[in-house]
Design a protein around this ligand. Structure first.
Ligand code: URA
Length: 291
């Protein structure tokens, strides 16, 4: 029997609800993290304690940590009005560079990133995704940015593409004790969208400092975003993959050998490209063996 849909209040309400859901997914709210849905519109607003309600809004903000406190003495800016940082779009990237330069261990870098408020992604992510594996191994891999699983766990490459990457590396005898892994972007972009240019520019100084502190002998750059950000080249990944490069990283005296590779998420969607990825894995194994 054919089903006849009548255009009425019920159908309109259903379509509106569907449109609302689509909008939420576009905004990045694509996961339910609680068993029960919370109707925040129905819940009464909690009353503020009188002391908080009376205080001006500006007093609620934590006092900003002075940049000078985390910079090397030579890099400390003079705080004369003329030298004060301007509120241009470049300011967060400059601040990121100064803060990163002041970090002298991975622990300091992680803490500085956790306290950094210059990238809007930190406000929407569940966890900072810093790094995993063995920083003394001599091999460092750099991906693009965390997905949903990484965001939940606070660990890079634990989702489907991470598990696939683990299997590829295991096939040439490498596990996470034999490499260190991180991402260009340490916070998940909502809905897994690509990071904006501004987000990349702000996160890059932290990645470069991360590389400088790990000082790997070999760097593997996974995917277009990380290759282009670290090498500064605009050539697409399919043309540069498998071609060894020497990359210059601030704070590191000698160039580092870097191998651009296809991103494992791309390989999961493009099975035909696995043959090239396999050739790159073998080239990586040979380089590690000093061949
Ligand atoms: N893709 C990435 O580039 N990084 C992760 O951590 C996970 C997926």
């Amino acid at each position: 029997m054919p089903i006849v849909l009548k255009w009425g209040a019920g159908l309109t309400a259903g379509m509106n609800a569907l449109a609302d859901l689509r909008l939420q997914i576009e905004w990045g709210a694509d996961e339910a993290l609680q068993e029960e849905a919370v109707d925040r519109l129905a819940a009464p607003l909690p009353a503020l304690p009188p002391r908080m309600a009376a205080r001006p809004v500006v007093a609620e903000r934590a006092p900003a940590r002075p940049v000078a406190a985390v910079l090397e003495p030579a890099a400390r800016p003079s705080l004369t009005p003329a030298a004060r940082p301007s509120l241009t779009p470049a300011a967060p990237a400059q601040r990121a560079h100064e803060i990163a330069a002041g970090c002298h261990s991975l622990g300091e870098l992680r803490a500085a990133l956790a306290a950094f408020d210059g990238c809007p992604l930190s406000a929407t992510a569940t966890n900072l995704v810093f790094g995993d594996g063995n920083p003394s191994a001599g091999l460092m891999l750099v991906g693009e940015g965390p997905g949903a699983e990484e965001d939940r766990a606070g660990v890079p490459f634990v989702g489907a593409s991470g598990q696939f990457l683990d299997r590829m590396l295991a096939s040439v005898g490498l596990d996470r004790e034999q490499y260190y892994i991180t991402n260009l972007i340490p916070w998940r972009p909502p809905g897994n969208r690509n990071p904006t240019d501004q987000e990349v520019v702000v996160c890059l100084p932290f990645l470069l400092r991360h590389i400088a502190l790990v000082r790997p002998k070999i760097l593997v750059l996974l995917g277009n975003l990380s290759v282009q950000a670290v090498t500064g080249s605009k050539t697409g990944i399919t043309r540069v993959r498998g071609k060894w490069q020497e990359v210059t990283v601030p704070w590191v005296e000698r160039p580092i050998r870097a191998l651009p590779m296809l991103h494992p998420a791309y390989l999961l969607r493009n099975h035909g490209a696995k043959r090239e990825a396999w050739a790159d894995m073998i080239a990586l194994r040979r380089a590690l063996d000093g061949a």
